[in-house]
Ligand binder design. Structure first.
Ligand SMILES: Cc1cc2nc3c(=O)[nH]c(=O)nc-3n(C[C@H](O)[C@H](O)[C@H](O)COP(=O)(O)OP(=O)(O)OC[C@H]3O[C@@H](n4cnc5c(N)ncnc54)[C@H](O)[C@@H]3O)c2cc1C
Length: 220
């Protein structure tokens, strides 16, 4: 995008979105106002807030998910391990560290991105039960981020039906890293050509009102 002349303003906060007659008019940021007929809401955990700025309710919520990484060890396993019955995922990185996480069913909705001792302990219990060798391995870092979750745990992609020019790529429900390349390509196609090379109609925001949810069961 930059090669084609796009200017990217990092560390610039969107504070207000102006609309007139159900059309996007401008975006106010902490570095000034940008006149534009198009906004793409790709704000992850804050996409609901961006929706409110444009005057619409997007049915998503945010929720902390924690993760940790161990010191590097000799190769133990190659594939990503994931268990829905035991509720965990883990993978050894090429460097040898093992990265792991689980979804806490008691995690409240919200914007907390702190790290808890309880998570570290429960994670260690889960993983050492499956890979006892890990009892000898030290954890070196722990952090967290937000899942932005939709009612069917599938992304909401497309233009909002009530606000012309307000596009959404939100609600990735913990799968947005792997979907980001195709989602961004499809958003570009939709905006530039008015159609997409892969059909995305079923991922529109209207599916919730129509009762046409596409439940994604595989979310850790
Ligand atoms: C612990 C954990 C593990 C995960 N594991 C996986 C995985 O294995 N596979 C996978 O596919 N996905 C995974 N995910 C999910 C994945 O990280 C997200 O789905 C993905 O990052 C969403 O990308 P995004 O670009 O939509 O949002 P984000 O990456 O959250 O980016 C949103 C951006 O919007 C910016 N923003 C927000 N509000 C404003 C504002 N008002 N003004 C300006 N900018 C704003 C933010 O600063 C941020 O840079 C994981 C998430 C977590 C927390």
């Amino acid at each position: 995008a930059q090669r084609l002349g796009v200017k990217i303003y990092n560390f610039t906060e969107v504070r207000e979105i102006k609309t007139e007659n159900n059309r996007i008019v401008s975006v106010s940021t902490d570095r000034g106002e940008v006149l534009t007929p198009i906004v793409i809401n790709a704000a992850g955990g804050y996409s609901g807030e961006i929706g409110k700025m444009a005057g619409v309710e997007i049915p998503v919520y945010s929720q902390r998910h924690q993760i940790l990484i161990t010191e590097p060890v000799d190769p133990l396993f190659k594939p990503m391990l994931m268990s829905f019955s035991r509720n965990f995922y883990c993978q050894q990185t090429p460097y040898g560290s093992i990265i792991m996480g689980f979804g806490d069913p008691d995690e409240p909705k919200g914007y907390d991105i702190g790290s808890s001792w309880q998570f570290a302990r429960e994670m260690a219990q889960k993983m050492t039960a499956v890979i006892p060798l890990l009892k000898e391995v030290s954890m070196v870092r722990q952090w967290s981020g937000l899942y932005n979750v939709s009612p069917d745990s599938q992304p909401i992609v497309g233009e909002h039906p009530q606000v012309n020019g307000f596009y959404m790529a939100v609600g990735f429900s913990g799968h947005g890293f792997m979907l980001a390349p195709v989602a961004s390509r499809l958003m570009a196609e939709l905006i530039l050509k008015g159609r997409t090379s892969i059909p995305i109609d079923k991922l529109d925001i209207g599916r919730f009102e129509r009762g046409e949810l596409i439940i994604e069961p595989s979310v850790v």
